[in-house]
Design a protein around this ligand. Structure first.
Ligand code: 1HE
Length: 262
């Protein structure tokens, strides 16, 4: 259910077949409270039919300052548990939704903001981006799926160290660690994300679905089960008419070759 109070925090627009979702609470550095997090999930559930990829960015100088800390001052343990469940549900709708999602990161990508970025399939940063998990300093713990998603990117040891010491990684470090897949000059991340989104949108929808849904699940399976799941997904995608057309296009010299980038 959408809430009038949170509508103003999220701006959604279509650029062709790309859905652009902007966190728009710059006065609080795009900090997410419960209603905001819930609405974010709903937006991804309700993406327009014609959307083939999506981009999340943040208004102002920062991507996202994480959890709105004012929402924790009076909460009980039981309410805290429910808060996490709201974030999990919302973030699942992003990671396991209908279309691949690209995060555009600049400025602070911290706490729940990093958890949100880790949920996205592709992450583009500009050189102002920095990454931190200040939960240790705030007396709390990650609660928006970061303990599951972030170690898959940087490893549990590095995540623990970040949280224990309050270490902040800059954009160059973040690129080396895999927190970003692309690092571009200041102000150019959205354009890069749009270029990538347009490329993703030209893939066969079933391939995109398999990449988003099968790869993270196979990573959780034993090798034996993972290979079985992979073979199923490969067989289903190969059987799709879109695959047959694309394979023929290549064999009959109508499709591009794989070429090195600059
Ligand atoms: C906030 C929040 C927030 C800013 N909750 N209000 N996240 C953090 O611990 C990060 C806390 N924020 C910061 O360290 C800084 O605000 C920033 C580095 C992100 C930005 O600094 P700056 O100088 O641009 O802004 P500012 O002056 O610090 O903040 C502007 C306003 O936003 C100010 O409110 P105002 O009423 O005084 O104008 C801040 O209080 C407010 N603000 N960040 C609430 N996070 C599901 S569990 C996830 C657990 C976590 O995410 S823990 C990490 C939380």
């Amino acid at each position: 259910m959408s809430s009038g109070a949170t509508e103003q925090y999220l701006k959604v627009r279509m650029e062709g077949d790309i859905a652009c979702v902007t966190l728009a609470r710059p006065e609080k550095r795009n900090a997410l409270n419960n209603a905001f997090a819930r609405r974010l999930g709903e937006v991804f559930e309700e993406l327009p039919e014609n959307a083939k990829a999506a981009i999340i960015d943040g208004e102002g100088a920062h991507f996202c300052a994480g959890l709105d800390l004012s929402s924790l001052t009076e909460t009980t343990a039981a309410e805290g548990m429910m808060l996490s469940r709201i974030w999990y549900a919302a973030f699942d709708k992003i990671q396991f939704g209908r279309v691949p999602v690209i995060a555009v990161m600049h400025g602070a990508v911290v706490g729940g903001g990093l958890e949100l970025a880790a949920t996205c399939h592709v992450r583009v940063a500009d050189e102002t981006a920095y990454y931190g998990l200040p939960e240790g300093q705030r007396g709390i713990f990650v609660g928006g799926s970061g303990a599951v998603r972030i170690p898959k990117i940087i490893g549990p040891s590095r995540m623990s160290e970040m949280m224990l010491t309050g270490r902040v990684y800059n954009a160059t470090d973040g690129q080396q660690l895999g927190l970003s897949h692309y690092l571009v000059p200041k102000g150019e991340a959205f354009a890069k994300a749009m270029e990538l989104a347009r490329k993703i949108a030209t893939n066969a929808p079933l391939s995109n679905f398999a990449i988003m849904h099968a790869i993270p699940r196979i990573a959780e399976q034993s090798a034996d089960q993972g290979l079985f799941t992979e073979a199923l997904m490969a067989a289903i995608s190969q059987g799709d008419p879109a695959a047959k057309t694309r394979l023929r296009d290549f064999l009959e010299k109508r499709a591009g070759k794989v070429t090195p980038t600059d």
